[in-house]
Ligand binder design. Structure first.
Ligand code: MG
Length: 348
């Protein structure tokens, strides 16, 4: 198998605001794995907080290319995935890009969509939450109008004016909200007070209210919270799940955190067994990564796969959004198709 990669910069339609700052672009590395004239595509999306860069991904992919040379297009995908995982301890997004491309390639080779390859249920169209970027509160009515098709709104809190933001949203719409605090609340007492205030306001879940390593306070909060609390930054991989099951009600599963589809399926089975809720989320990636994540969505309580809606230079197709619902395109593989032919793929 031959691996090549292309560097890209995804541009946001609106600056993307979080409790710790805002940004206008996201670095991406696309991966292409070829075998017998068939091509599989993958994506590593690199928001700065993950600690991976285009350079660290390229370094990883060069090592992955050597590993892949030892394998024919393998029907034993677990062996390939384990060999890729063993290259370095981290590089989760880089690993995900290889995992996604391998699943896409294998699906195309076997003439099957990836969900079928993974033994999962066929994904039906599903409402996705969509992030409304907060900034100037005067612009919220206009932004809500842009998002009128979408039935669930995601709000980033963890700022000084959280209550003002929610009040402004609630003046304009009564749609269900999901709230992502991005570790932004100072302590468990402030968090509980905020959650109780949010409780009658039609909030489906609260994501990562406290610092990612603050497990004891999370367990305390989770016992008392009237709203489901789900782990994002606290939960990366399958190995985190025992700890997470003790102090959260659910997880935000993202391919870029968990190294890809192979491990995501293990996490889904574990979460179901433990009664944990599952949100499938993304890192503002393009349709290449979202087409892969969407293969899992029939097994999720909620999805937050709005990446393609937030960017204005998506080089792939693979999913569509109709009346607020995300749909896969039912092609073999992940369904991702490269439409920007100017992407410059270089052999790793
Ligand atoms: Mg989050």
């Amino acid at each position: 198998m031959k691996l090549s990669y292309a560097l890209y910069l995804l541009k946001f339609k609106h600056p993307f605001g979080l409790s710790y700052g805002s940004r206008t672009t996201t670095e991406v590395v696309y991966v292409k794995i070829e075998h017998d004239g068939i091509v599989g595509y993958g994506e590593a999306t690199l928001p700065p907080y993950l600690g991976e860069t285009q350079t660290s991904v390229i370094d990883f992919l060069k090592k992955a290319a050597v590993v892949l040379k030892n394998f024919k297009l393998s029907f034993l995908i677990e062996e390939v995935i384990s060999a890729i995982d063993a290259i370095t301890p981290n590089n989760n997004a880089a690993k995900a890009s290889v995992d996604i491309a391998l699943h896409d390639l294998l699906g195309k080779y076997l003439n099957r969509p990836v969900y079928a390859l993974l033994g999962l249920e066929k994904p039906l169209p599903k409402n996705t939450s969509v992030t409304i970027s907060i900034g100037d509160l005067n612009l919220i009515p206009e932004k809500l109008n842009e998002l009128q098709d979408y039935k669930i709104l995601k709000i980033k809190l963890g700022n000084k004016n959280d209550t003002e933001i929610i009040e402004c949203i609630r003046v304009n719409t009564d749609k269900p909200l999901v709230v992502d605090v991005n570790q932004g609340w100072a302590d468990k007492n402030q968090a509980l007070e905020m959650i109780e205030w949010l409780s009658p306001k039609n909030v489906l879940f609260i994501e990562q209210p406290l610092a990612k390593n603050n497990y004891d306070d999370m367990a305390w909060l989770n016992e008392r919270s009237p709203i489901a609390i789900i782990a994002d930054e606290s939960m990366l991989r399958f190995s985190d799940m025992d700890k997470i099951a003790k102090c959260f009600s659910g997880i935000n599963l993202k391919l870029m955190k968990c190294t890809g589809l192979f491990e995501a399926v293990k996490i889904i089975h574990y979460a179901k067994q433990k009664g944990l809720k599952i949100n499938i989320g993304c890192m503002s990636e393009s349709s290449c990564g979202i087409a892969a994540a969407a293969q899992l969505m029939q097994h999720a309580d909620w999805i937050d796969l709005d990446g393609p809606l937030l960017i204005n230079n998506n080089p792939f197709t693979g999913v569509s959004f109709k009346d607020g619902k995300l749909e896969i395109n039912n092609l073999k593989g992940t369904g991702a198709e490269l439409v920007n032919k100017e992407l410059n793929f270089v052999v790793a």
